[in-house]
Design a protein around this ligand. Structure first.
Ligand SMILES: Nc1nc2c(ncn2[C@@H]2O[C@H](COP(=O)(O)OP(=O)(O)OP(=O)(O)O)[C@@H](O)[C@H]2O)c(=O)[nH]1
Ligand SMILES: [Mg+2]
Length: 390
């Protein structure tokens, strides 16, 4: 997986140039993906031929030195790494078979450290099984992808030959097999499965060549995907730092607002300095790069539609900051606090001190929620601005 890159640089960029500067830097990193490492897991039921497939992909015989151990007595219990031919940044991982007593599906993922892999090849040597579907779904849940390799095709053809005798036709048998694999996957909810029919014993036949070509062709896209998948984490770290700084100071804002409280909320004895809150919340919005001008600049720089980036802004104050929205939000918050605390019901005379205290609590909790929501907006906008960029 892509390792955590120089994030202090990103943090600095965020301080100086906001989301725009961060987006630009991340885009450059996305374009320079050659050095990204990719981990491909060869996964599937025990005995399906995972180790044999690895040897075939690496162009070595099962009994060569450095070959993955194959055969019934050679099942492994820990994932084992092999280098992809001529490509040091790509590793093929031989995984223990799923479904053996030691590796029941539920605990399997944890034991093989499922999250560490970027791409998967599910190997099957028979009809599509529960375990294959289980793996396929888990992979897609992680927003990763896989090829489905139906191995030991030589056996299927041999059986069909015996069964069908003179009527036997290799092309038809292969087509039937392919269709049944695709259908089983689709029935399982996998929409556009990529299926390869291979024999690890005969790497010069069937779909083996196509599998190699596709893998190589997809590597660059895969690397970009690895970086893209790491982006939410990278961007999170940068934005979380900013959020922490803002959260540190909201007590001051809430305090000043409560102390200088000037505008009463109709129907409630809670008062806050609304104009001051408008200014402050607007500055949060600008600091996170969510205001119109920032979004426009970011869109232009990243060659995206403004409205596409705006669609990533989900919070109320990320969209706009007005006095009436703040009043509404304060009133809603105050209502919840009053119901929650049940205090005010029993206070016959509601003095300024109590009102100030409540105002502080209500304003503080509103500002906290606003900063947190805007931080999430900023993360979404940043990731959106980088999506599909070349
Ligand atoms: N006929 C045929 N046999 C194969 C093929 N691929 C593998 N085998 C045999 O199937 C058996 C299991 O292969 P392995 O590669 O060890 O299978 P595995 O998936 O690594 O098994 P575990 O590590 O136990 O999960 C071995 O005896 C292989 O020689 C193939 O394409 N055709
Ligand atoms: Mg094996």
């Amino acid at each position: 997986m892509a390792s955590a890159t120089a994030d202090s640089k990103l943090e600095q960029l965020f301080q100086i140039g906001g989301l725009e500067a961060v987006a630009e830097e991340l885009q450059t990193r996305l374009q320079r993906v050659e050095n990204v490492t990719v981990d491909i897991a060869i996964i599937g039921e025990s005995g399906s031929g995972k180790s044999s497939l690895i040897n075939a992909l690496r162009g070595i015989d099962d009994d060569d030195i450095g070959a993955a151990a194959t055969g019934e007595m050679e099942a492994i219990t820990e994932p084992k790494k092999y280098e992809f031919p001529n490509n040091r940044q790509v590793s093929l991982w031989d995984l223990p078979g799923v479904g053996t007593p030691k590796f029941q599906a539920a605990r399997y993922l944890e034991r093989v450290k499922f999250d560490r892999y970027d791409f998967f090849i599910i190997v099957s040597a028979s009809r599509f099984k529960e375990n294959d579907l289980f793996l396929a779904k888990k992979i897609l849940e992680k927003k990763k992808n896989f090829y489905y390799v139906r191995n030991k095709i030589d056996q299927d053809l041999g059986a069909a030959k015996r069964r069908e005798k003179l009527l036997y036709n290799e092309g038809h048998t292969l087509e039937k097999l392919r269709n049944s694999c695709m259908e089983d996957l689709r029935k399982g909810g996998i929409e556009s499965p990529q299926v390869f029919l291979v024999s690890s014993w005969e790497p010069d036949r069937f779909d083996f060549g196509k599998l190699q070509e596709m893998l190589l062709g997809d590597l660059l896209a895969l690397k970009r995907r690895v970086v893209m998948l790491a982006l939410p984490n990278t961007t999170s770290r940068v934005i979380e730092r900013k959020k922490a700084l803002m959260l540190d100071e909201i007590w001051k804002v809430a305090f000043i607002s409560a102390a200088a409280a000037a505008v009463p909320i109709p129907g409630l004895s809670v008062i806050s300095d609304i104009p001051m809150l408008v200014t402050k919340i607007s500055s949060y919005r600008t600091d996170f790069g969510l205001d119109e001008a920032s979004i426009r600049r970011l869109a232009r720089k990243m060659q995206k539609e403004e409205k596409e980036l705006r669609s990533a802004v989900k919070s109320m104050f990320g969209v706009e900051v007005t006095a009436s929205l703040i009043l509404k939000a304060l009133a809603k918050n105050a209502g919840e606090k009053i119901v929650m605390s049940n205090v005010l019901k029993f206070v016959p005379f509601f003095g300024n001190v109590a009102a100030g205290g409540l105002s502080y609590i209500v304003t503080h909790s509103l500002l906290k929620a606003i900063v947190e929501e805007m931080a999430e907006d900023a993360k979404r906008v940043l990731v959106k601005s980088l999506e599909d960029s070349q």
